[in-house]
Design a protein around this ligand. Structure first.
Ligand code: NAD
Length: 482
């Protein structure tokens, strides 16, 4: 019998109450649905918030030892099920199976990293101006938080939000993307197996405009952590600001890789290919603009085109260099932007069509444009597909100006042998992540992650040593003993 119970509320797996059925499709074989089930409705989301609010009284009283041992158990369970989880992820999202395995293992690592914070996330003792008064800060959980996530890292992103929220004593209502509910369900099943108490983690799978909207507007929600597109993120941030609750939004990108004349061109080309096409361009940190100094632009362009044309494309389960786009909608967006770029006068060097021999599935060849200028939409808007724009700069300052001339500011990279130029780049670039001789994609758990400008609300970075701060209230205590 097919599984239709995708909502997890108060420790029970139940069906969605809405009349709206959703079908999960494998982007490599869209005609063969993976699952069909009813979405949650607004009332169920409301119920999940009530349940989580009730559970928060006992969850916030748990000891650090109880919370860390539970999160370590979740990490072990993820590790024990890497292959099965990776297959689920690849089937519904489409990425190459080796990338899915990497993401699943990273999810385990994330739970372990944040588990250790149960015993160390803390306030501070601060020197007091008054010898009779002891001054210190304490941190307390917000209460119940809504976690709203996208489809492109469908186990890693929920994991870093869940682990951080739970370790600091918050209860959770988790709303994953409707594209990737299966891996979300498996993650919550593992939390259940690890012994998460009823009501502490609740999963509601439904549309953004009903379930997502309820979670951001409901008075029982004490904080919202959102990852997704800039349009939706700004809407949620506005709603949260009106209610005066903490909000964290990590959003889109238009990430530049700058290549200076003294760079190793082969390394720069490898990085651009990995960053632009590695996850079918479906990473918020994907390289979408390759800004090359005029002295090296021709050599770099040849190297990039040669590599792009040698990439293998196919179903994620065959572990190609590049899988399909996640959905029909994203597939259409990719082809729309190719038309837009051509109409704007960009020159198509390679790609832009469906690969031969792949009849079904949302495939597109790795696509490279040149003669791209900052006034073009292809240089400004996030495609979220495997489309790389090459832009030419005449000097360092011109390259920086071009790199910053977008509304986004998530990730960036510079290739150079000169560390003085690298330092100037790190200072001048408007981006939350800066790579020197590295690809714009990829990050380390212990480093803070998040953007600037339209890529982030910049309220508190995710991951890193202080990520837990978002999920806590800080109180300043002045203790004068009688
Ligand atoms: P999306 O904004 O369409 O959806 C993200 C989540 O928000 C989904 O769960 C969706 O159902 C929900 N949602 C939609 N409308 C809502 C509403 N009105 N109220 C509440 N929730 C609502 O994004 P997507 O297509 O799932 O993901 C791709 C986008 O995510 C890209 O723009 C990408 O750059 C961005 N992203 C950013 C990061 C980052 O860390 N900066 C990481 C991954 C993806």
């Amino acid at each position: 019998m097919t599984d239709t119970q995708y909502q997890y509320i108060d420790g029970e797996w139940i069906e969605g109450d809405s009349d709206d059925e959703m079908t999960v499709r494998n982007p490599a074989v869209p005609d063969d649905p993976l699952a069909t089930f009813p979405r949650a409705d607004r009332e169920q989301a409301r119920n999940a918030v009530n349940v989580a609010t009730e559970a928060s009284e006992t969850w916030e009283e748990t000891t650090p030892d109880e919370r860390d041992s539970l999160l370590y158990d979740v990490a072990d369970l993820i590790d024990d099920n890497v292959d099965e989880l990776a297959q689920t992820l690849t089937k519904e999202e489409g990425k190459a199976i080796s990338s899915s395995r990497g993401e699943v293992s990273r999810a385990a690592e994330i739970f372990r990293f944040f588990a250790s914070y149960a015993r160390t996330a803390t306030g501070e003792t601060i020197p007091s101006s008054d010898p009779d008064t002891f001054t210190y800060t304490i941190r307390e959980p917000l209460g119940t938080v809504a976690l709203v996530t996208p489809w492109n890292f469908p186990i890693a992103t929920p994991s870093w939000k869940l682990a951080t929220a739970l370790v600091t004593g918050n209860t959770v209502v988790f709303k994953p993307s409707s594209q990737t509910p299966m891996i979300a369900k498996r993650l919550v099943e593992l939390l259940e197996l690890a012994g998460i108490p009823d009501g502490v983690v609740n999963l509601v799978v439904g549309s953004g405009s009903t379930v997502g909207d309820e979670l951001t507007m409901n008075d029982g929600i004490d904080g919202v952590s959102f990852t997704g597109s800039t349009g939706v993120g700004r809407q949620i941030a506005q709603a949260a600001a009106d209610r005066g609750i903490p909000i964290q939004t990590e959003m889109g990108g238009k990430n530049p890789q700058v290549v200076l004349p003294d760079a190793d061109i082969e390394d720069a080309a490898d990085a651009a290919i990995g960053g632009a096409f590695g996850l079918t361009g479906q990473a918020c940190t994907a390289t979408s603009r390759l800004i090359a100094h005029e002295d090296v632009v021709d050599e770099l362009t040849d190297a990039v085109v040669e590599r792009a044309e040698s990439l293998s494309i196919g179903p994620g389960m065959d572990d190609p260099d590049m899988g399909p786009a996640v959905s029909e909608e994203q597939d259409e967006t990719n082809f729309d932007y190719i038309d837009i770029a051509k109409e704007e006068g960009a020159t198509l060097l390679t790609g832009g069509t469906r690969p031969d021999g792949l009849e079904s599935g949302y495939y597109i060849e790795p696509t490279v444009f040149t003669d791209v200028t900052s006034d073009m939409r292809i240089a400004q808007e996030e495609v979220f597909g495997p489309v790389l724009s090459i832009m030419e700069a005449s000097d360092f300052d011109g390259a920086i100006k071009m790199a910053n001339d977008v509304e986004f500011g998530l990730s960036s990279s510079v290739f150079t042998a000169d560390m003085a130029s690298a330092r100037r780049f790190a200072n001048a670039i408007e981006a939350g992540v800066v790579k020197i001789n590295g690809t714009t994609t990829g990050s380390q758990i212990q480093m803070p992650f998040g953007g600037m400008k339209a890529s982030s609300s910049e309220t508190q970075k995710e991951m890193g040593q202080t990520a837990y701060e978002f999920y806590t209230h800080e109180k300043a205590v002045y203790r004068t003993d009688p």
